[in-house]
Write a new protein. Structure first.
Length: 117
């Protein structure tokens, strides 16, 4: 099993910044991907950004140029730096750990990000 603990959500004004962190523990794999999804009320969960163990990244078009995903393999952590936040970024953000070649997914409990003046 894999456990994920997220932190860093909160309330921020439009144009502001937040940094999300997620720590993975348990039975981990050297082959993995870590990332962030988000889900707004009444909407489906969607990919925000994902990063492979080798450092390759993929971003949703809506966040390109504003969000940056990074990871610290030694600490089994993934980060999401969110700049120029918009009200439409408001959602619960979930950390993902995708384990091994078979891609078994584990999820964090979610952290709320609210962008409002």
């Amino acid at each position: 099993q894999v456990q994920l603990v997220e932190s860093g959500g909160g309330l921020v004004q439009p144009g502001g910044s937040l940094r999300l962190s997620c720590a993975a523990s348990g039975t981990l794999s050297s082959i993995n991907a870590m990332g962030w999804y988000r889900q707004a009320p009444g909407k489906q969960r969607e990919l925000v950004a994902i990063i492979g163990s080798g450092g390759s990244t993929n971003y949703a078009d809506s966040v390109k140029g504003r969000f940056t995903i990074s990871r610290d393999n030694a600490k089994n952590m993934v980060y999401l730096q969110m700049n120029s936040l918009k009200p439409e970024d408001t959602a619960a953000y979930y950390c993902l750990y995708r384990k091994g070649l078979r891609g078994v997914d584990y999820w964090g409990q979610g952290t709320q990000v609210t962008v409002s003046s």
